[in-house]
Design a protein around this ligand. Structure first.
Ligand SMILES: *Cc1c(COP(=O)(O)O)cnc(C)c1O
Length: 782
C-alpha cells in the first residue's frame, strides 16, 4: 500500500472510486482507515505469533482510562509514511490534515492518568516490547464541553464509527461475568456478556503491533433474575460500558462504578489465563499485570478467586502467584481521590470477591498482630476499616511493586501517606517518573520543530530521545536561533487560525503565549491565574506607568460535571476574559482566551505555540503532571511551583532556565498540620489582593454574587485549602521576572532551546525501559 507515492495514489484512487458515498474528505478518511487496517493486519498477526513462539513474558496494563487521541496521523507517522501519504493526497487534491479532522477523538479518558496509559502503549510497541492495554470501550467518551454565557455545558460525545476505525470485535473471546447472586456458586447471579474489541497499537518504525483490548458490556444469553425486568436488565448492562466515571454520589452510581472495575478486571484476567500456553505456576514468569491507580485494584481478589476456585490452588500458592504478578501505580494523595467502597456494596455485588478481600485483610492483620503497633498504625494498615474497603491498601498488600509517578510524590508516599505500609514493605516502593510520547508531542504535534532538530543534530533523537541533549551545542548559535524562533512564530500563527473564531478580538502573535491547560481543579489553581489577571487589569487602569509587555493568556480544561467550584472557576475565567478583552486600554497588554473542549487534539495545537507553561499546582498536590513535560519539549519555559515532576524539570534544565515560585511541599504540609494559615490575614495586609477579593465578593468577576459564592466559600470559609492567596504575591513576582526575561530575546531563545535539549529524559520510552527492567522483567523468558 505505502510502497511509493505513485503506488499509494493508485491504490487510494482505486478504493476511492469504489465507494458509493460522495468523494468527500470524510470518505477519504474511511478509505485510509481501510487501507491502514489491511496494511497492518499481517504485522499484527506476526507480532502475536512471535510472542507465542518465543514465549515472551507479556505485560498487561490495566487502566480505566486510555486517552489515546486521534490515531490516523500517529499511525501513519509511526509507519514512517506520513509524508508520503500527505504528498500523494496533495497531488490528488486532498488535504491530509483536513481528513484527519474527520476522525472523532476517542475520549476514553479524563486527563493525565489516561494519557499516560496511552503514551505507555506507544512506547511499548515502539520499543518492540510485549505490552498490551486492557480497558473499557465506553460508548460515550468524556463529554464535549461548550461554553454558554461563560458556563460549561456538557454534551455526550459519541466517537464510535462504523467506518475507518481499526478495532476488531472478537466475538470468539466473549465471556459472561456474574454479578450479585451467591458467593462461590454464582447461583441467582445476574450475568453480563463482555465482548472485547481489539485495537492495534502500531509501534514506530518496527514491525511490532501490540493490542489495546477494550471491553464492551452486552446482555448475556443466560436467564435473567426473576426480580428484574428485561428492560431494566438491558439498561443496567449497557450502562457498564456507557461512560467513564458515572456520578457516584448515590449508591446506584457506586454500584455502577464497582461493576465497571470488576468487569474490566475479571474479563481481562480470565481471558489471559484461558489463552495461556503454560502451567499456572509459571504465571509470574510469563505475565505481569500493572494496575494503573486503584480503579483496577479488583485485579488482586479476582486473580485470587480464579486461582483458588477455578485452578484449585491453595491459599498460600495462590497468594504467592498473585503478589508476584500484580504491581500498582499510585497517582494521587488527594484524600477525596482515594477510593473507599462500602463493604455492603461489594458484598452484595461481588459476594465471593468480598470474602476474598476479607480473608486477605484477616491474614494481613494476623501477620501484624505480633508487632508492636499503635492504634493509628493499625488503622493505616487496615484494608477493611469502618465497614469500608480501602482500595489503595488492598493494592499495596496485593502487589509486588508499588510506584509513585515522580520523585517528590514517591517520597511523600513513603514518608507520609503510606508511611506505615512502607515500613511493612520497604522493598516494594519505588519511583517511576512519568513520561510522554515524544512521537506524539514533538514529531506529530510539531513536525516543524522536529525537522529543525533533525537538520541540526541528525535523527538519532527519534529512537534515543535523550540525545536531544546534543541541541545544547546550538543554544547560542545565531542562525539556529533564527530558525527556532521562526518555528515558534509559525506554531503561534497556526494556533491563532484555529482559535480566532472564539476570541472576541484579534490575537497578537507577538504577544507572549502563556498557556494553562489541564482539568479544572482547585489544586491546579486556575483561580490563582485568573485572579492575577484581574489584578493586572486593575493595575493597568490605576497606574499609568504600568504598561507590561503584551501577553495572551490561554486557558483550557473541563470541570467534572458535579464539581461546582471548578465550574464557577470557568465562569470567572470567562467573565474576566470578557472584561479584559473589551477594555481598549487593557487589551493592548493582556488578552484572555478560553479554548473550549480541551482534549488531546487541542493540546496538540496549543502546546507547540506556548512561550510560557503554567504549572502552578499547590506544592505536594500534583503527583507528577505530564502537561509540563509536553510544553518543555516544545520549547516553552515552565513557570511553576516546586511540585510533582516540575522538580525534575528544574533539575534537568537548571532553575535558571525556568521560573520556580511559591510555597514548598514541606511548608504546605506543615501549614496543613498546624492549621496556622489564615487567608484573612493576607487580605488585611495586601491592598491589591484586598481589592481583587472585594471585586470577587461584589460579583464583578462572575456576573453576580450568586456565582462567586462558591469561590468565596472556598477561599474564606474553607480557609483557602489550596493556598491561592498565600502564593499570589510570589506568583506575581515570578511573572514580573518572566516578563523581564522575555524582553531579552536572545537570552529567552537560548533558554527555550535548553528546555527542548533537556526534555529527552521525559520521553515515556525512558519510563517504559525502567518499568520493563525493574518491575516487569520483560526480557525474562521461561
Ligand atoms: C497531557 C494531558 C493532560 C495532563 O495534563 P496535566 O497538565 O499534567 O494535568 C490532560 N489532558 C490532556 C488532553 C492531555 O493531553
Amino acid at each position: 500500500m505505502f510502497g511509493s507515492k505513485e503506488e499509494f495514489k493508485e491504490h487510494f484512487m482505486r478504493r476511492f472510486e469504489q465507494q458509493t458515498e460522495e468523494q468527500s474528505p470524510q470518505t477519504a478518511y474511511a478509505v485510509l482507515g481501510d487501507m491502514l487496517r489491511e496494511h497492518i493486519q499481517e504485522d499484527w498477526e506476526r507480532t502475536n505469533t512471535r510472542y507465542a513462539e518465543h514465549k515472551d513474558k507479556q505485560l498487561y496494563y490495566f487502566s480505566i482510562e486510555f486517552l489515546i487521541g486521534r490515531l490516523l496521523g500517529q499511525n501513519l507517522l509511526n509507519l514512517a509514511c506520513y509524508d508520503l501519504v500527505k504528498e500523494g493526497l496533495d497531488e490528488l487534491g486532498y488535504d491530509l490534515s483536513e481528513i484527519e479532522e474527520f476522525e472523532p477523538e476517542p475520549g476514553l479518558g479524563n486527563g493525565g492518568l489516561g494519557r499516560l496509559a496511552a503514551g505507555f502503549l506507544d512506547s511499548l510497541a515502539s520499543l518492540q516490547m510485549p505490552g498490551h492495554g486492557c480497558g473499557i470501550r465506553y460508548k460515550g467518551g468524556l463529554f464535549t464541553q461548550h461554553i454558554k454565557d461563560g458556563f460549561q455545558t456538557e454534551q455526550p460525545t459519541d466517537w464510535i464509527r462504523e467506518t475507518g476505525s481499526l478495532d476488531v470485535r472478537r466475538e470468539d473471546l466473549a465471556l459472561d461475568i456474574p454479578f450479585f447472586g451467591q458467593a462461590g456458586t454464582a447461583e441467582n447471579a445476574e450475568w453480563v456478556k463482555a465482548v472485547p474489541y481489539d485495537m492495534p497499537v502500531v509501534g514506530a518504525n518496527g514491525r511490532t503491533i501490540n493490542t489495546l483490548r477494550l471491553w464492551q458490556a452486552e446482555p448475556s444469553d443466560r436467564p435473567i433474575p426473576s426480580t428484574k425486568t428485561m428492560q431494566i436488565y438491558e439498561r443496567e448492562t449497557a450502562a457498564i460500558s456507557d461512560r467513564l466515571y458515572p456520578d457516584d454520589s448515590l449508591d446506584e452510581g457506586k454500584i455502577l462504578r464497582l461493576k465497571q472495575q470488576y468487569f474490566l478486571c475479571s474479563a481481562s484476567i480470565r481471558t489471559i489465563l484461558k489463552e495461556r500456553q503454560f502451567e499456572i505456576r509459571e504465571l509470574p514468569d510469563r505475565v505481569a499485570i500493572q494496575v494503573n491507580d486503584t480503579h483496577p485494584a479488583m485485579a488482586v481478589p479476582e486473580l485470587m478467586r480464579v486461582l483458588l476456585d477455578e485452578e484449585g490452588l491453595d491459599w498460600d500458592e495462590a497468594w504467592a502467584i498473585t503478589t508476584r504478578t500484580i504491581s500498582y501505580t499510585n497517582h494521587t494523595i488527594l484524600e477525596e481521590a482515594m477510593e473507599k467502597w462500602d463493604s455492603y456494596l461489594i458484598e452484595t455485588l461481588l459476594p465471593r470477591i468480598y470474602q476474598i478481600i476479607e480473608e486477605i485483610d484477616r491474614r494481613f492483620k494476623a501477620k501484624l498482630a505480633t508487632q508492636q503497633l499503635s492504634t493509628h498504625d493499625r488503622h493505616k494498615l487496615s484494608i477493611i476499616e469502618n465497614d469500608r474497603v480501602k482500595m489503595a491498601v488492598l493494592a499495596v498488600v496485593g502487589s509486588y511493586k508499588v510506584n509513585g509517578v515522580a520523585k517528590l510524590h514517591t517520597e511523600i508516599l513513603k514518608q507520609r501517606e503510606m508511611k506505615e505500609l512502607h515500613e511493612q514493605f520497604p522493598d516494594k516502593f519505588h519511583n517511576k517518573t512519568n513520561g510522554i510520547s515524544h512521537r506524539r508531542w514533538l514529531m506529530k504535534a510539531n513536525p516543524e520543530l522536529a525537522s529543525l532538530i533533525t537538520e541540526s543534530i541528525g535523527s538519532g533523537w527519534v529512537t534515543e530521545p535523550e540525545r536531544l541533549r546534543e541541541l545544547d551545542r546550538f543554544a547560542k548559535d545565531q542562525s539556529f536561533h533564527a530558525s527556532f524562533e521562526a518555528v515558534k512564530r509559525q506554531k503561534k500563527e497556526q494556533l491563532i487560525r484555529h482559535v480566532e473564531h472564539i476570541s472576541d478580538s484579534p490575537i497578537d502573535p507577538d504577544s507572549i503565549f502563556d498557556i494553562h491547560i489541564k482539568r479544572i481543579h482547585g489544586y491546579k489553581r486556575q483561580l490563582m491565574n485568573i485572579l492575577h489577571i484581574q489584578m493586572l487589569y486593575d493595575r493597568i487602569r490605576q497606574d499609568s506607568s504600568f504598561r507590561p509587555y503584551p501577553r495572551t493568556f490561554f486557558f483550557g480544561g473541563k470541570a467534572a460535571p458535579t464539581y461546582d467550584f471548578a465550574k464557577q472557576v470557568i465562569k470567572t475565567i470567562n467573565t474576566v476574559a470578557h472584561k479584559v478583552n473589551s477594555d481598549p486600554l487593557v487589551r493592548q497588554h493582556v488578552h484572555v482566551v478560553f479554548v473550549e473542549n480541551y482534549n488531546v487534539s487541542k493540546a496538540e495545537q496549543l502546546i507547540p505555540a506556548a512561550n510560557v507553561s503554567e504549572q502552578i499546582s499547590t506544592a505536594s498536590k500534583e503527583a507528577s503532571g505530564t502537561g509540563n513535560m509536553k510544553f518543555m519539549m516544545n520549547g516553552a519555559l515552565t513557570l511553576g511551583t516546586v511540585d510533582g515532576a516540575n522538580v525534575e524539570i528544574f533539575e534537568q534544565v537548571g532553575e535558571e532556565n525556568a521560573f520556580p515560585f511559591g510555597l514548598l511541599a514541606e511548608q504546605v504540609m506543615q501549614f496543613e498540620k498546624d492549621g496556622t494559615y489564615d487567608p484573612q490575614e493576607i487580605i488585611r495586609h495586601d491592598p491589591e489582593i484586598r481589592q481583587v477579593m472585594a471585586e470577587l465578593t461584589g460579583g464583578q468577576l462572575t456576573d453576580g454574587i450568586e456565582n462567586s459564592n462558591y469561590i468565596i466559600r472556598q477561599l474564606i470559609d474553607r480557609r483557602d485549602p489550596f493556598f491561592v492567596l498565600k502564593d499570589l504575591r510570589s506568583y506575581m513576582a515570578v511573572h514580573d521576572q518572566m516578563l523581564m526575561a522575555y524582553t531579552e530575546q536572545t537570552r529567552w531563545t537560548e533558554m527555550a532551546i535548553k528546555n527542548v535539549a533537556a526534555s529527552g529524559y521525559f520521553s515515556s520510552d525512558r519510563t517504559i525501559r525502567q518499568y520493563a527492567e525493574e518491575v516487569w522483567h520483560l526480557d525474562r523468558r521461561s
